[in-house]
Structure formats: C-alpha cells, structure tokens
Design a protein around this ligand. Structure first.
Ligand code: NAD
Length: 546
C-alpha cells in the first residue's frame, strides 16, 4: 500500500493549503494486522444454534426470487464478505417461539445468576475485542480507531453496567409499586403476594425477586437496529432486556449483520440458555415480520423516523410496548466566549465522527456572529488535516460510507444545498481509493433555516453552518426542528450553560463536549426523534412492567 499524502492538499474551491496547515510530507500507512475469520455463509441464531433459513411459504419476505441468502460487503472495497440469511416469516416465527419458550425460565432464574451470564458476555466481548473491532470496520466502513476505542469498549460497558442492575431492580423503581404478573406467576414462579383484601398492600409487598413489589419483565422483546453502530446498538438493546428477565429476538441491519452474529457465538460460549437471545438477519421485511408477530410483547426500534412511524402504526391498538430511537438534526451552539480551539475540535467530533452516520450528530452548527469568521477559518484548517481513506488504517479519521444507497443520499443532499443557494466548502482534497464508497467531509455556509440541508437528517459528513446574535436567538433557532435528540453548547460561562441547556428541547445536551456516551447516562429523544430512553436507570423502564 502506498503512503498517503498528508492532508494539506487543496480540495473543492475553498481547501486549505499545506502552507496553511503546516502539514507537509507523507504519512506512513498503519494498517491493522489482525486477521478475522469470516465464514462464507451464515444462518440465523435461533434457540441457541445457528440454523439454516426456512422457507417463507411463498410470502415474499425474501428478496428477489425468494433467495434465502444475501451478500454483505465491505464498503471500503466493495468486496463480498459473507452470505447472510434473509429472515422469512417462518424464521421470525421460529425465533419468537424459541424466545417465548425460554422466557419464564430465564425470568425465573435467581437475578444474580442472570447477572453472571450478562457479566460473562461483557468479559467475552473484551476478550474478543480486537476481532470484533476489525469485523465491525470491515462490514460497516468505520475507522478502526473508532470501532476499537469506542464501539467495542462501550458495548462491553453496557453489558457490565446492566449485569449490575439485574439483582437490584427494586431500587431502580423504588416507590413504584408492582402489579401482579400479567401472565400467571411472577418471574420466580411464585404466586404474587397478596393482602387479606385481595389488594396488594404496601406493607405486604415484598421487594425480593418474585415478590409483588419486584418489577416484572415485559416478556419477549423484538429489537431492530440500524447499521451505524451495529454491535453497540445490539448491546444497548440486549443488555437491559436480559437484566430485566426478558428474552429477545434481535434483527441487525442488512448491511452490517456480522458483529451481531459474532455476539451470537459469544452467547454460545458463555452458555446462555438457548432461546434467551435469538438473532434473525434480513432486511426491512424481516423487521416488519417481527413487528407484526402476535407473540411479541415489546418492540424496541432504533432507526429512521420514517420506519419508526410505520412501526408505531403497526403496533397501535395492540398490547405491544414500544420504544423508538429515531433520527436527529442536532444543534451545536458556539458562543463567542467559548474556547474556540476546543470548540472547533468539538465541531469536528460532533459531525465527522463515524462519517456523520450518527443519529445525534451535531449537523447544525450555530456560531455567534462575532466569532463566525474565526470559527470557519479554524474549522477549514482543522478539516484539511482529516485523513479520509482505508478504515483499517489506524490513522484514518474518516472511513467509508456504509453503502452505495447512503452515498447516493448524501450526494442528493449536497446537490440540494448547492441548488438552494448555500455555499459548499470541501476543505479536504485528499485522494480517495478507486473502489468503495467515499465522501470527503464538507460544510455549507450561507445556510437558511428553510434549506433542506438545515432541516433534514443527511446522515453523512456534511455540516450546515449558521450564525446567531443573542442567546435567545440561539435557543429559538436550535429548537426550530422537527427533531430533538441531542445538542451541544460551548461557552466559558457556567451560568449560561445551565440557562441554555434547560431551554433546549433535546434528550441529551452536551456542554463543552460532544458525542460522549456512558451506559449510566440515559439516551433518547423528543419530538420526531422518538420516545423512551436507553441506558441508565431510565432505560430499564422500557423492559419492565410495574
Ligand atoms: P432504517 O430505519 O432504514 O433501518 C433501521 C432498521 O430497521 C434496519 O434493521 C432495517 O432493516 C429495519 N427496517 C426497515 N424497514 C422496516 C420495517 N418496515 N419494519 C421493521 N423494520 C424495518 O434506518 P437506517 O438507515 O438503518 O439507520 C439510520 C437511521 O437510524 C437514522 O435516521 C439515524 O438517525 C437512526 N438512528 C437513531 C439512533 C438513536 O438512538 N436515536 C441511533 C442510531 C441510528
């Protein structure tokens, strides 16, 4: 492999030069050397075993000519990685049945025993961390530095964190009295404790697992995840569900199924009871079959707002519980009194992390007018040094776009931005590999709130820069969005931080930082960004009946 040219090259119309950046010369490549074995073909993981896909009975839940498998490819070189099963209705049914059969026994285990399994999953993720990171990068296109330092450690952390909750659920819902189990017997198989009147009296409640005051699991959870953080999203879904005594059928996204299938191997390695976790691969049709399955008690969905709305309609009028983690168009607000260099780093991480394939990406930048020019100059300079290319190179900052359709979507938004009158800056002219899906980081200035690029989620490395004069204007422009997932605020004034943060309609507000995640911190949205929380004590709420 040839050494990459340093990112001093001029790109687009407005690129910084090597003279500007001080970056001259060549970077040596630093390729990841861990080899990962990938089977030529994968089945579903149902009832603790990998199984061949079943016939769909001609119902057309498979692509094309009812092919039972489809290819997952490496978006950085378009090479096929493996054939993966396309889940039919029959596959989904088998997985849901396996989960339903396993659920009472799993819920009936002593809670500290459940915790041990979850803890072991976390440990195995750590032990297989490098392999998982490489696989995540190959299947999804994200830089190895991110999968190695963010995705995989956070996935392990989610399992560790929720292992800790499994035998302490009564403390998570202290003061919230439980109701008798809905489906006969509590999750230790004990009859619910009752007072003489037949009604549950507070004094007679028992907060031990199996007591009436102990939160009951929801039952069988259908969990559908997107392609931007495949292993991490699987951890976000599975860990709290298992801790609360539920069993699961997880459907990974069609372009990134491989790490979820590795997680299935880990479930086998830790001898998780068969049926507690089931993984059915496939596209949206497999997801729809899971949503409509009558034996599902809860759907947890992370993905686009459009599909989220469809799922909300499909589950309306049923007893299925629903949580939706949807899209975003998050504001990142820079006040003139902020540390500008620090804020510029924050802008970069807010929008260009994971190629901008981040639901909470800070894709609308609001800069106080008096420092707008300075911020743009520094941003351009910093962007010129971003390294775009081979995601398996440890020095790469921006990897491959996840799929051809997503690249096409990003290009449509770039066209819309230019056509509607905004000015486009592609401040990085690095050479791109000849194969694969690539998009250099860029930003728009001269953006109006009515522009498509200021309103719609692009899900790519594209930033819309706008300005404001007063804090009130910053708040009203930031809140002027159909979404409400996250926000960032940069200022040196502590009082301003709290004043602004409480007025922002966003589920997460980062102050003088961005894109920080911790399993103890709940994550979720307002408005069209969905409802329900994942992580923290609040995230357990979607997986229990009180
Ligand atoms: P998507 O909605 O197209 O797909 C998400 C998942 O839903 C995939 O597994 C897909 O196969 C499945 N699916 C598609 N149609 C379905 C249907 N009719 N019924 C059931 N399942 C169906 O989204 P995507 O393109 O994979 O992911 C990007 C989106 O996810 C972005 O909008 C992003 O903001 C959002 N996202 C949100 C969060 C969050 O926590 N709020 C996190 C990550 C991604």
């Amino acid at each position: 492999m040839k050494a990459n040219k340093a990112r001093g090259a001029v790109g687009g119309g407005a690129g910084a030069t090597p003279r500007d950046t001080g970056f001259e010369g060549e970077y040596a490549p630093a390729p990841e050397t861990t080899k990962v074995a990938i089977a030529p073909r994968y089945g579903h993981f149902i009832g603790g075993k990998f199984v061949e896909p079943r016939s769909d009975g001609g119902k057309g839940t498979r692509p094309g000519d009812h092919e039972p498998h489809f290819l997952t490819i490496n978006p950085a070189n378009e090479q096929p990685l493996a054939e993966v099963a396309q889940g039919s209705e029959a596959d989904v049914d088998a997985a849901v049945r396996a989960a339903a059969t396993a659920q009472p026994k799993w819920a009936g285990l002593r809670a500290s025993e459940r915790a041990k399994y979850i803890f072991r999953i976390a440990r195995r993720i750590q032990e297989r961390a490098r392999e998982l990171a490489v696989l995540e990068t190959m299947d999804g296109g994200k830089p190895i530095r991110e999968s190695r330092d963010v995705d995989v450690p956070l996935a392990a952390a989610h399992f560790f964190y929720h292992a800790g909750w499994a035998d302490k659920l009564e403390y998570a819902f202290a003061g919230r009295l439980g109701s008798p189990p809905l489906r006969g017997g509590s999750h230790l198989g004990n009859p619910p404790l009752r007072g003489g009147s037949g009604r549950l009296a507070r004094s007679e409640r028992d907060s031990r697992p199996g007591g009436a005051g102990y939160p009951e699991p929801v039952g069988v959870c259908g969990q559908i995840i997107p392609w931007n953080f495949p292993l991490l999203m699987a951890a976000w879904k599975l860990a709290p569900a298992l801790a609360c005594g539920n069993t699961c059928v997880l459907k990974p996204a069609e372009t990134t199924p491989l790490t979820a299938l590795r997680l299935a191997e880990i479930c086998q390695e830790v001898e998780l009871p068969p049926g507690v976790v089931n993984i059915v691969t496939g596209d949206g049709r497999t997801g729809a079959a899971l949503v409509s399955h009558p034996r599902i008690d809860k759907i947890a969905f992370t993905g686009s707002t459009d599909v989220g709305k469809r799922i909300a309609k499909a589950t309306a009028g049923t007893t299925k519980k629903l949580t939706l983690e949807l899209g975003g168009k998050s504001p990142n607000i820079i006040f003139a009194d902020a540390s500008i260099d620090q804020a510029v780093e924050g802008i970069i991480s807010a929008i260009y992390f994971n190629q901008g394939h981040v639901c909470c990406a800070g894709s609308r930048l609001f800069v106080q007018e008096s420092v707008l020019e300075e911020v743009i100059a520094k941003l351009r300079l910093r962007m010129a040094s971003l390294r775009v290319g081979d995601p398996l190179d440890k020095n790469t900052d921006i990897g491959a776009i996840n799929s051809r359709p997503q690249l096409d979507t990003i290009h449509r938004y770039l066209d819309a931005g230019r056509n509607e009158g905004a000015e486009w800056h592609e401040a990085n002219g690095s050479a791109l590999p000849s194969k694969g899906y690539w998009c250099r980081p860029s930003f728009f200035t001269g953006v109006q709130p009515s522009h498509t690029i200021a309103r719609e989620e692009i899900f790519g490395p594209v930033l819309a820069v706008m300005s404001f004069r007063t804090p009130e204007e910053a708040i009203s422009r930031a809140n002027n969005s159909a979404y409400g997932l996250a926000a960032g605020v940069w200022t040196d004034k502590g009082s301003k931080i709290f004043e602004i943060a409480k007025k922002l309609r966003a589920g997460v507000v980062w102050l003088n930082t961005y894109n920080r995640f911790d399993p103890a911190s709940p994550f979720g949205g307002f408005k069209e960004s969905g409802f329900g929380r994942e992580g923290g004590m609040q995230g357990l709420r979607g997986y229990v009946r009180l």
